[in-house]
Design a binder for this molecule. Structure first.
Ligand code: MN
Length: 203
């Protein structure tokens, strides 16, 4: 059973002006689609075929570059689309709010930490908010299409919020201004979905 490019769940222009329609269209229909197709090609006929993506990444041979890059790309973007929403719905609340404030003291301090992780990831990569079994949370970043599920990555836990800082994610609208894109991302975070992922990861 091959992996399938997930639907966005909203229109390409739904995140404007924070993320422009052309960027969303190319990102989803070209980049994410490419990772999906190449992942399917890389696992076809191997013993990874048919396994859930979380299992594939969690037990990954990190020397398997095709699955590392494309499996990571498939998973990371699948998460990314869901943690954004066009309606500004979902305020941070409940258990995740408590966990963030327990770790960072204030939401603004968390935002600073996450933004710094995203801004200082050299070259291409992702910034993450991760949940841990004990209910705590942490912020980290990974290069390329790596993610916290992969073995030996210096970034642990279950990713519940991720921000793509590859240039393809922002260059059309923001050019070299990655910090402006990071700031805009905070306007469209779907906290309801992040909280759902937190509950799932810590249950
Ligand atoms: Mn991307």
């Amino acid at each position: 059973m091959a992996f399938k490019l997930p639907e966005l769940g909203y229109a390409y222009n739904a995140l404007e002006p924070n993320i422009d329609a052309k960027t969303m269209e190319i990102h989803h229909s070209k980049h994410h689609n490419g990772y999906t197709t190449k992942l399917n090609g890389a696992i076809e006929g191997t013993d990874l075929d048919g396994k859930p993506i979380e299992d594939i990444l969690g037990n990954l041979d990190m020397n398997n570059k095709a699955v590392r890059n494309n499996g990571g790309g498939f998973y990371n973007h699948s998460l990314f689309w869901t943690v954004m929403n066009p309606e500004g719905k979902g305020r941070l609340s409940g258990a995740l709010k408590d966990a963030i404030e327990s770790k960072f003291k204030t939401f603004d301090a968390f935002k600073d930490d996450f933004s710094k992780a995203a801004a200082t990831q050299f070259g291409s990569g992702w910034a993450w908010l991760c949940a841990h079994k004990d209910g705590s949370v942490s912020v980290c970043s990974t290069p390329n299409q790596d993610n916290p599920l992969m073995p030996g990555v210096a970034c642990e836990g279950t990713p519940i919020l991720g921000l793509d800082v590859w240039e393809h994610a922002y260059y059309l609208n923001y050019q070299n201004r990655r910090p402006d894109y990071i700031e805009a991302f905070f306007n469209v975070i779907n906290w309801n979905e992040v909280e759902r992922r937190y509950a799932e990861a810590t249950k």
